[in-house]
Design a protein around this ligand. Structure first.
Ligand code: HSE
Length: 428
């Protein structure tokens, strides 16, 4: 049998411990599948004395992950520390410079520095794999890079942040406001140390940018992702959207348009009966659309020790097998710089307005929409709450610029109270 593949694990939090557990419990199975043993030689973490539920006493300890990356007895550096600067970046760069391959769970690092890291790795004949960085245990990188390699991809979309999906589905099922459920999520330990990574859409935006690079052969461009989080979603939006047959999801959508690459991470309405509409709790779902395959839907756990470590081990076993793919599925130097296109594809929108109880109020609103060439598909008015009544409008497809024009004009009608809510409806 060939020499064992030797891992150095940088980071022993939830994911790192999960990787140690799989290597320890499935040694024979991994060796059979990879054709060689996979062993851990060294580990590194911030605190050596912390109580961990895995035994790391057999492994060399490095206080400095960069030193771990340079060790002669490490072939693959498993970077599961997180963070897009500092130790994670230094360790990945040191690993490449020292001739090691890298298996990473670090979406932020790759979304921001992925192009430079991929070029450096490929110039050095090394690989960087990152299955664990997108949608946890769902093998979506493999699906795009390998399973769908013969397709021209038209659209990638999905729910890629379990915490946001938990918050939105819990708001609906318990009828609770955003702030209450946000605090529940915090108490349950679901939120990242910086909650804006979750509820601001940043974490999911990193994942979308990585998928877009593979799907469209473009340089990863996180700064081209339009980001809008879920902090402004109210329980009224959720219940009234449900009344119209929709659910609100923090949806990532990437598609190549005639005007450039559109990448959006924002709350969207999807039909309640669609697979995305049915997605409950912290689960992730990624939908991939290709010219030959049509549409495929991948669903599974997007976070947690077992699922994320499962994805890391898929990369490690590929490396052990000798499978050496470019980071983004094609050589990094051949990736194109895509022009960012904001909301290039027209869509129907859901509007929620508080309408004053005045004669002709509805007619004025309809006129504003008509003047912006926006056609109404469906409309519902609820009973008056004091002096105003909520009105829900579902439009036919329109452009974001026409909609913005109409939203700005509503304020001049004298019949719309407060700020109207407008949420895109995504066809899924
Ligand atoms: N915080 C993420 C989520 C997991 O809630 O899905 C790590 O990306």
């Amino acid at each position: 049998m060939t020499q064992p593949l030797r891992l150095g694990i940088a980071g022993l939090g939830t994911v790192g411990s999960g990787v140690v557990r799989i290597v320890q419990t499935h040694a024979a199975l991994i060796a059979a599948r990879a054709g060689r043993e996979v062993v851990i030689t060294a580990v590194s973490a911030r605190d050596r004395t912390r109580n961990r539920d895995v035994d790391i006493s057999a492994y060399a300890w490095e206080a400095d992950p960069v030193a771990l990356a340079r060790r002669a007895d490490v072939d693959v550096v498993v970077e599961v520390m997180g963070g897009h600067e500092g130790p994670a970046k230094n360790t990945t760069e040191a690993a490449i410079a020292a001739g090691k391959d890298v298996a990473s769970a670090n979406k932020a690092l790759l979304a921001i520095h992925g192009q430079a890291l991929a070029e450096a790795a490929e110039a050095a004949g090394r690989v960087i794999r990152f299955e664990a960085a997108v949608a946890g245990g769902i093998p979506v990188i493999k699906a795009l890079t390998e399973g769908l390699a013969g397709n021209e991809i038209s659209r990638v979309l999905g729910v890629m942040n379990g915490t946001c999906n938990y918050i939105l589905t819990r708001m609906e099922s318990a009828g609770l406001p955003y702030d209450t459920v946000f605090e529940e999520a915090r108490a349950l330990g679901y939120l990242e140390a910086d909650p804006m990574l979750d509820v601001g859409g940043i974490d999911a935006g990193h994942k979308l940018a990585l998928l877009a690079a593979i799907a469209f052969g473009t340089r990863v461009a996180f700064d081209g992702v339009e980001l809008e989080g879920i902090g402004a979603i109210t329980i009224e939006d959720i219940t009234q959207a449900a009344d119209m047959g929709y659910r609100i999801k923090l949806l990532g959508v990437a598609q190549m348009t005639g005007r450039g690459l559109e990448q959006r991470m924002s709350p969207c309405l999807v039909p309640a009966t669609s697979p995305l509409g049915q997605l409950q709790g912290g689960t992730n779902m990624v939908v991939l659309e290709g010219d030959s395959v049509g549409q495929i839907v991948l669903r599974g756990p997007g976070a947690g020790s077992g699922p994320t470590a499962s994805a890391v081990m898929s990369d490690v076993i590929d490396i052990a097998r000798g499978l050496r793919l470019p980071t983004f599925g094609q050589p990094a130097t051949t990736l194109r710089a895509a022009k960012p296109a904001r909301a290039a594809v027209p869509a129907p929108y859901y509007l929620r307005l508080q309408l004053l109880d005045k004669p002709g109020a509805l007619a004025k609103v309809a006129r504003v929409l008509g003047d912006s060439a926006i056609s109404i598909d469906r409309m519902r008015q609820y009973g008056h709450e004091d002096t105003t009544a909520p009105v829900l409008i579902v439009t036919h497809k329109t452009t974001r610029s026409a909609l913005d024009e109409a939203l700005a004009t509503f304020a001049q009608t004298g019949v719309v109270a407060g700020t109207p809510v407008a949420i895109r409806i995504e066809a899924v």
